[in-house]
Design a protein around this ligand. Sequence first.
Ligand code: UDP
Ligand code: MG
Length: 315
Amino acid sequence: MRPDKLAIIIPCFNEEEVISYTIDELDILMDIMIDEGLISAASQICFVDDGSKDKTLDIIEKTCQNNTRFSLIKLSNNFGQQNAMIAGMFNVNADIYVTIDADLQDDHMTITDMVQKYHDGCEIVYGVRNKRETDTFIKKITAILFYKLMNKIGVKLIYNHSEFRLLSRIAVEKLKTYREKNIFLRGIIPLIGLKSDCVYYDRLLRPAGKSKYSVLKLFSVAWTGITSFSTFPLRLITLTGLLTFLISIVIIIYSLFSFYTHKSIKGWTSIIMTASFFSGMIILSLGIIGEYIAKVFIEVKNRPLYHIEKTLNIK
Ligand code: UDP
Ligand code: MG
């Protein structure tokens, strides 16, 4: 086994109640993994402070001063969990990267299994929770609906996987080639491909502090997920336009029929014909514009067309 350098990346936003516990737990875990020869002694625990307003930063700074195993990246403002994790992965030099939430709700002891899978040849290892017993009712329902919807509109997601994952240096290099700004890592990572696997764990309760995600913030993440990965909402306008247009033809035929059989009052036929015809045309036109916007959206994201995993005899 190679003694590869591990970096555990922890995004933190107002985590003063829990951060000391996290520091102690991860320190112990690092010792265990180094003793077992899974990782090198130069491995790092990197906290990314995402603009905390409480004592989180003070606690991390003091820890870094006493122990060089710990490091800090302080962001100048609250940029959100996704950006904080990216800042960590793109600014720390390591062979293996593991991202985990500061509250250690995702059982950190599973990191050992993740690293083991990395040594078995995996470039990406997803942490997948077994059950959602510790989640609130709203979170459970919205999560199930979200996965179902994403699946329907063709976005590949790992079911019950959030932001607890291992990425090898190679996987992080590939991730850097995705230049989009509306980041939704759960959608991008499966696009990278490479050899991957899952480790399963029971999600624990938050030991202290409150969730940083309100229902509104959860919806905002879900909306980023949908709109960064799918042009389906735009396609829906085209489909609605086509349907309205077809219905308008039926309405026009009916109104002409009423006109010639003298069933309609004066003026009704012309009003209903123009109203239904132009409604159909307007929605259809919006849909066609949407189709072009969808193309621009895909071009602007400038995603890599492919990733080469291996070549042989290429000169
Ligand atoms: N977080 C962050 N920036 C934010 C919101 C959250 O860095 O704007 C971090 C937070 O400190 C934690 C992780 O993201 O480490 C997940 O947050 P939380 O545990 O509150 O989410 P939940 O478990 O409720 O989904
Ligand atoms: Mg949490």
